[in-house]
Design a protein around this ligand. Structure first.
Ligand code: ATP
Ligand code: MG
Length: 431
């Protein structure tokens, strides 16, 4: 026997019945997105490496350590492109907007679902291929859109059965604008310099390149130093504060609860003004189920006209883990009917009848191959179907099928005409 090949470490197969939970989650999410007027985008999984270097920032974990980047084969001129599997999708969406001049006629509200790739240490809630649902509202300045993005996220969580305050909580911060961050940065560097001996290798290196990121640490030894660091909120000017207060006023009016976390800086460098995360305490260190914020600088940074933007990314594996943890279990979809076929000679008529049922919207599973009646009934039962359709020789000879209720002991088996499926098909359908 040959050696068995396995999936790449940190990359998972999603098989039934687990895949049904994914479809349920995605359908729920789409329903919410549609109610806010968001439209779907799909961009390539592979992009030029430079897109992420420019769009995420060179001094980030993602670009420094986690990206699957490679050199493509050389073309006939000997030129090889530097490509990467996307670690996130905002940069790709923005590239597509610029490339297709998609924001010329005004703003856009977009959403995506898809796999992302990061070479992290795999553990519960952290994978090398994982999936995100994300939204991007491009071309809108005001705090109304920041608030709307947060409200949409809150509705997603609520409609999935998660309870604010019990299962998830919202953290909010305002990163201000560049001059404010610069003033804060100087004060922060002075603070970090005074505690330089505490910093690990990464911290020492980032002290001058990206000091804000030094605070974005999971190292417990650095918590006190990070807590005592100068806070960006204290450096915000009038306009930034007005924006922040505008967002807060809407959230307050809508009854969305949040805590302001001055240390919330997000892992990516292109955010400004509003940043937020939805956090759960139920998944250990992988507690962030959704993170987002405003990134008014990114579009210009990627070569487009300066355009404001705000969005979030939600980790679908973490959402499903959380839903399982708190006992939200979507009902697995079951077929309306299961077709029992005792003998092969009736198959052409049976299968034509099944097609007529499907045409009428009935979901019906054929028992493949004609095994014993006992085993066919067993399979019918296990399928969860509400009816068995018995295509016996006698029934077929009379142009009929026996419809046997499987989940209702009081209901009787009935004979139905095969040439008038439309008359009775709706009785099988799950309303
Ligand atoms: P973390 O701090 O947990 O590494 P992050 O800040 O790197 O998260 P983002 O880049 O903001 O995450 O991605 C948005 C969401 O995608 C996260 O909130 C999380 O739910 C999910 N996510 C990120 N990385 C992974 C991963 N490796 N495996 C599974 N989900 C992930
Ligand atoms: Mg990360």
């Amino acid at each position: 026997m040959s050696e068995i090949l396995k999936a790449v470490k940190g990359m998972n197969d999603i098989l039934p019945p687990e895949s049904a939970r994914w479809e349920w989650l995605e359908a729920r999410m789409r329903s919410v997105l549609q109610r806010y007027g968001y439209q779907n985008v799909r961009t390539p999984i592979v992009e030029p490496t430079a897109l992420f270097v420019r769009g995420i920032g060179e001094v980030t974990d993602i670009v420094e350590k986690e990206m699957y980047a490679f050199e493509d084969r050389a073309d006939k001129h000997g030129q090889a492109e530097h490509l990467a599997l996307r670690p996130e999708m905002t940069a790709g969406v923005v590239r597509a907007m610029i490339e297709h001049a998609f924001l010329r006629e005004g703003g856009r509200r977009l959403y995506y679902f898809g796999p992302m790739f990061r070479r992290e240490r795999p553990q519960k809630g952290r994978y090398r291929q994982f999936h995100q649902m994300g939204i991007e509202a491009l071309g809108f300045h005001g705090p109304d859109v920041d608030a709307e993005v947060i409200l949409l996220g809150a509705r997603l969580l609520k409609e999935l059965g998660l309870v604010d305050g019990e299962h998830v909580r919202l953290e909010l911060n305002c990163l201000g604008e560049l001059p404010e961050r610069r003033a804060h940065r100087e004060a922060l560097i002075a603070h970090l310099e005074a505690h330089k001996d505490l910093l690990d290798e990464d911290g020492q290196r980032r002290l001058y390149t990206n000091p804000l990121r030094v605070l974005d640490t999971k190292n417990p030894a650095l918590q006190d130093m990070a807590n005592a660091a100068p806070k960006l909120l204290d450096f915000l000017g009038e306009a930034s504060l007005a924006h922040f207060n505008g967002v807060r006023a809407i959230l307050d009016a809508a009854g969305i609860r949040y805590t302001i976390n001055p240390r919330l800086v997000r892992g990516l460098d292109y955010y400004n003004l509003t940043v937020f995360e939805w956090i759960t305490d139920k998944l250990g260190a992988q507690g962030t189920v959704c993170g987002g914020g405003r990134y008014d600088g990114l579009i210009e940074q990627l070569g487009g006209k300066p355009t404001p933007a705000v969005g979030f990314g939600m980790g679908l594996e973490r959402m499903l883990l959380l839903l399982e943890e708190v006992g939200v279990a979507p009902a697995a979809p079951v077929p309306d009917a299961y077709a029992i076929v005792p003998a092969a000679d009736g198959l052409p008529r049976v299968m034509v009848a099944l097609e007529a049922l499907r045409e009428a919207g009935v979901s019906v599973v054929l028992h493949p191959g004609q095994s014993s009646m006992k085993s066919q009934f067993k399979k019918a039962d296990a399928s969860g179907a509400r009816f068995a359709l018995i295509f016996g020789a006698d029934e077929l000879a009379a142009g009929q099928v026996a419809v046997k209720p499987l989940r209702d002991a009081t209901a009787e088996q009935q004979l139905r005409p095969l040439d008038a499926v439309a008359d009775w098909a709706s009785a099988l359908r799950n309303a």
